[in-house]
Design a protein around this ligand. Sequence first.
Ligand code: ZN
Length: 155
Amino acid sequence: MIICCFAFAEYSLDMKDMKKIEHIGIAVKDLARSNELFAQLFGKEHYKIEEVESEGVKTSFFKAGPNKIELLEATNSNSPIAKFIERKGEGIHHIAFAVEDIHKEIKRLQDEGFTVLNESPKHGADNKLVAFLHPKTTNGVLVELCQDIAENKEK
Ligand code: ZN
């Protein structure tokens, strides 16, 4: 295993595999309208729109400095986003953390007692492998783990 040498020693001991907040996901009712709203907010347009058919969502991504925001609209009534909006209304849906090795991280979190919703990572938007933790075990916050698929390939 290669240990990153640019991180401060105290962080490299504590941070395990959660590298940073990769993005924050926001559930919206009308993606086209929200794209306009967030373009006004950030002063620039979204840089990508992507539909994840298996999840019943259409997503768009914005960058605000180094941070990313993912807007999610349901594409059918069985979509988790449709159910979320039904229960809670529009708003923050999940926080996604970048991880180095999603399989290792899923195992680590299960051993720590968290409920992982999908043990085998799925293909998510923006070229990522993703897994979710049940909000029951994370103080009501849906946590997404994501690993960049491109990171594993030779560039
Ligand atoms: Zn996400």
